[in-house]
Design a binder for this molecule. Structure first.
Ligand code: SF4
Length: 429
């Protein structure tokens, strides 16, 4: 047994990842359907109040996770770096007081380049944050403007420089392909400029045009890359980044060796994670639940949590508090603060059926380039992957979409191109 601050860590603890949702942005990007509210640069008091709520939620929930050791923490949103100075350091202090956090835990904060400042970045380093994820999307200012980003390329460059100066040695840069008005040549320029900076990690997703977003409503105004060009950009991402020393380890994620995002791999491998904050999802030991997604319902939920016991040893059994009636949370556009109209309450804890677990095991695991571990499937579910999916696997292998590699099953390049189709074949219902 080793000691981590006030919490003792034993070797047989289960592993846990923590996600903290910060639902504030200066302004909504035109394509965004994440749960975040535009603050216009104000609402500092509301952000402080939200952080207080988060601290209570963390403190009161922690005893339920006393048997877990935290290997990664991700502060996402939204724009966590918009929080007032000192807030993120306080949140991390509360997490350290409340959870068993591994000494070498990966701790990431997402940053919009517009919010970068030397003091803030130093605060994060001092607080133990060791990974920064910067949302750039494109180095072309016209493309950034068309999708409603608040920063330009120059602002990103300054933010990146400040992050390095502050001491960040593990930086991710988020990019997007298939943007309105983008072509393969401009996308290549973005890849070249970003790779020249040599961040340790690059995420490159295609823009998803989500119904209800301003960009969707205005879609007729813009020329979007066609399907062939989108595919060309996709292929370019892999070829170009690999030529610059990045290894693709997930369909849309590339890293220098050893810098693969530990936190996201937990999701793809169906590890245990708990989410704190508005609308955050959790899954531990095949039980899934979700925190309410409107401010009023969230406050009620946090108020309903039992005070943590004075001792660091909580009583058994670990049982989550009753959640209010189920209703689908709607992380859509909104002005801040949202009222409770049509309140989205917490989802009732849902115990995943064996079928649901097997489906997830396959379609999440296949996102990883190393594929799914076939013997581990058998150990976990008591049935071999061939017994459950034999016919599907044979067909997909014959079609050249899936391949067997020793003890693993993985997507081929063609399979990655139409991964949604391949994943859908693993649904059991
Ligand atoms: S895309 Fe990111 S930065 Fe833009 S509004 Fe949504 S959460 Fe905020």
């Amino acid at each position: 047994m080793i000691n981590n601050g006030r919490c003792a860590i034993s070797e047989n603890m289960k592993e846990l990842s923590i996600y903290i949702h910060i639902p504030f942005c200066i302004r909504k990007c035109l394509y965004c359907d994440f749960l975040s509210f535009p603050t216009g640069g104000g609402h500092t008091d509301a952000m402080r109040e939200y952080a207080d709520c988060l601290c209570r939620e963390i403190r009161c929930s922690a005893p339920f996770f006393n048997k877990y050791q935290v290997l990664s923490i991700f502060l996402g949103g939204g724009t966590p770096t918009l929080l007032p100075p000192g807030t993120i350091a306080s949140l991390l202090a509360v997490l350290r007081e409340s959870f068993h956090i591994a000494e070498d835990a990966e701790i990431t904060v997402e940053m919009n380049p517009e919010t970068a400042a030397p003091d803030k970045l130093r605060e994060y380093i001092t607080a133990g944050i060791n990974r920064l994820s910067i949302g750039l999307q494109s180095t072309d200012d016209a493309e950034l403007e068309r999708i409603g980003r608040i920063h330009d390329y120059r602002t990103f460059l300054r933010a990146y420089e400040l992050a390095r100066e502050a001491g960040f040695r593990n930086i991710n840069v988020d990019l997007m392909a298939a943007l309105p008005g983008q072509d393969t040549a401009s996308y290549r320029r973005t890849l070249e400029r970003v790779a020249a900076l040599a961040p340790e990690h690059i995420s490159a997703y295609s823009l998803m045009l989500e119904e209800g977003t301003p960009l969707y409503e205005q879609r007729e105004r813009f020329a979007f890359p066609g399907e062939d060009e989108d595919r060309e950009m996709y292929a370019l991402t892999k070829a170009f980044l690999q030529s610059r020393g990045y290894r693709r380890y997930e369909i849309s994620n590339y890293a220098h060796p050893g810098y693969e995002c530990r936190h996201n791999q937990v999701y793809w491998q169906r590890g245990n994670y708990v989410g704190f904050g508005l609308g955050a999802s959790s899954m531990t030991d095949n039980v899934r639940w979700r925190v309410p997604a409107t401010p009023e319902a969230y406050r009620r939920y946090v108020d309903s949590l039992p005070e943590p016991p004075a001792s660091s040893q909580p009583p058994e059994p670990l049982e989550l508090p009753e959640a209010p009636e189920s209703a689908e949370a709607s992380p859509s556009q909104g002005t801040f603060p949202l009222s409770d109209a049509g309140a989205a309450e917490a989802l009732q804890p849902h115990v995943l059926t064996a079928e649901e677990q097997m489906e997830e095991y396959m379609f999440l695991g296949l996102r990883l380039m190393r594929g799914v571990d076939v013997p581990a499937f058998g150990r976990q579910f008591g049935r071999s992957v061939e017994q459950v999916y034999g016919g599907v696997i044979d067909t997909l292998c014959t079609q050249g979409l899936l391949e067997r590699a020793q003890d693993r099953l993985r997507l081929t390049d063609r399979g990655i191109d139409i991964s949604n189709y391949v994943m859908a074949q693993f649904l059991l219902a």
